[in-house]
Design a protein around this ligand. Structure first.
Ligand code: AMP
Length: 506
């Protein structure tokens, strides 16, 4: 997963881009980058590491200009080499910088096509570099020496026609303007904000509305699925629906786990949707597990806190913060794999024995992916003296890989893949395991915006909304994502770890 920001301003943008990226840090901790434009020249700083480590004062001073874009990265398809940090840049036509959140599902085919048709070389395994080159090739077909909004919209329409998968993008086109667009299903989020200054209106786009709040832009609206927004360097905003048959089907996992609770995506408060998830799950437990002798409800911090509080209220049981999270986990020098994951759970969380001793506890998490966290946490709860340990997941069983930009393991590494609830319960050694039903999860999120008729729910039901995901592609992904292939590609385990700045000092 990644986070993107872009500002077409009237005043210097580097600090606001930096601040926007820091509140999107949860979307990617692997690499960060900002590119600005000043007097017809790009200024770029990008490297592996957290935002606070990548940008030193000397870098910030060089990021001059009133127009720029930024990115935080968490690799899903490519590697974590600093060469794949974004924004990417091509010098023709005009000079374009580009940042992308998502994952393309027909990248191999596109790579062949763009080489054949335009002799364009893609130098990394990143599908964002590929997407930039496809966009650049389409913009190159425009006739004039500067782009019109219509030129830009025609290019985005072509991108929609050929590119499959999930993409929320922002591009800075030198001498022209800022372009932002979202795939025809709106799988990944993108919001638009505005700020009025004495020099005129400034516009900002960001993966989540929280980034607009953080830098003092007012939320205007979400970029619609398939829509492109183009803001010329003079500050005039143009927008157009560029997809033939757009459908608003946002990724439901953004609401379950990924997005910050203080963000709104597609007019849905992430926080409110999580409270609703808790209510639905609490009602299911009350209805179907009435015999459970629960003494206390304990969240696994932090995403599930809002969910667990609501469950406790529905069940009329006390809510207690029985685990303490270490926010300052240092770097780990071991490569990925189950052993590291097990250790990292214990490095991250510690139990408060008084909340467990002799009690029957209901632990609540937002989701169970590999099952490592739940197994470890249940063991910790027992070590802390719990009599019985029940476990509830606010998301249904994750049975299928994500192909739209969320970093998830291969199918075989998902604990729920091909298993029923009883088997999963036995594996994580719980005394009872309750998953949210998919229809309840959808209802919980949709309650906040009934206009959304579909959500992208493939990790739960195997139905991939773009309709083009073949068995071959899933097998290819499987080979890319399993632990042994990650180790070979030297991909560090970044989910819970901080990676310090290893990039070049450019
Ligand atoms: P697992 O041990 O794989 O079952 O991890 C489940 C935990 O990881 C849950 O507590 C989630 O909060 C969290 N989680 C869910 N999806 C992801 C993801 N894509 N990347 C990192 N952590 C995740």
């Amino acid at each position: 997963m990644c986070g993107i920001v872009g500002i077409m301003g009237k005043t210097p943008v580097a600090q606001a881009l930096y601040d926007g990226l820091t509140v999107l840090q949860h979307r990617g901790q692997d690499a960060a980058g900002i590119i600005t434009i000043n007097d017809g020249v790009f200024h770029l700083r990008k490297a592996n590491g957290l935002v606070r480590d990548v940008f030193q004062e000397r870098h910030m001073q060089r990021l001059m200009g009133n127009f720029g874009i930024g990115h935080v990265r968490y690799p899903t398809a490519g590697t974590s080499s600093s060469a794949e940090a974004q924004p990417f840049y091509v010098n023709s036509p005009f000079g374009i910088a580009f940042a992308h959140n998502g994952n393309l599902t027909n990248a191999d085919e596109l790579k062949r096509d763009v080489f054949k048709a335009a002799r364009r070389h893609i130098n990394t395994t990143s599908d964002s570099e590929l997407l930039l080159n496809i966009l650049a090739d389409e913009l190159h077909k425009s006739p004039g020496m500067t782009l019109t909004a219509q030129d830009v919209f025609r290019a985005v329409s072509e991108v929609h026609r050929t590119v499959k998968g999930a993409y929320a993008c922002v591009a800075a086109i030198i001498g022209n303007g800022m372009l932002a667009f979202r795939d025809p299903f709106g799988i990944r989020p993108l919001s638009l904000g505005k700020r009025t200054t004495e020099w005129g209106d400034e516009y900002m786009v960001a993966s989540e509305s929280v980034a607009l709040d953080a830098v003092g832009f007012t939320f205007v609206r979400d970029v619609a699925p398939g829509e492109a927004i183009y803001i010329s360097e003079e500050g005039k905003l143009h927008s157009k629906q560029c997809a033939e048959s757009p459908l608003n089907a946002p990724c439901i996992f953004e609401f379950v786990y990924f997005a910050r609770p203080d963000s709104c995506i597609d007019n849905i408060s992430v926080y409110a949707s999580r409270v609703n998830m808790g209510k639905k799950l609490g009602e299911k437990i009350a209805r179907e597990w009435a015999e459970l002798d629960i003494d206390v409800v304990i969240p696994i911090p932090e995403t599930s806190c809002d969910i667990a509080l609501e469950i406790a209220q529905v069940l009329g049981k006390p809510y207690r913060q029985g685990f303490v999270k270490n926010r300052y986990i240092g770097r780990t020098f071991i490569m990925p794999g189950q052993t590291l994951r097990r250790k990292s759970v214990r490095r991250k969380l510690n139990a408060i024995p008084a909340e467990f001793k002799g009690k029957n506890v209901l632990l609540v998490d937002d989701s169970i992916v590999r099952g490592t966290t739940s197994e470890q946490i249940i063991e910790m709860a027992r070590e802390a003296g719990a009599a019985k340990v029940y476990f509830a997941s606010a998301a249904p069983e994750i049975r299928f890989p994500n192909v739209y930009g969320i970093d998830m393991p291969s199918a075989n590494e998902l604990i729920s893949h091909g298993r029923e609830v009883d088997e999963i319960c036995e594996l994580i050694k719980a005394d009872g395991l309750i998953f949210q039903d998919l229809k309840d999860l959808v209802a919980a999120v949709r309650k906040e915006n009934p206009l959304i008729s579909r959500f992208e729910t493939s990790v739960f039901d195997g139905h991939y909304i773009t309709g083009d995901v073949s068995q071959d592609y899933l097998e290819y992904l499987n080979a890319q994502r399993n632990d042994s292939s990650k180790a070979q590609r030297n991909v560090p385990e970044v989910a819970n770890l901080e990676i310090h700045n290893m990039g070049g000092d450019n």
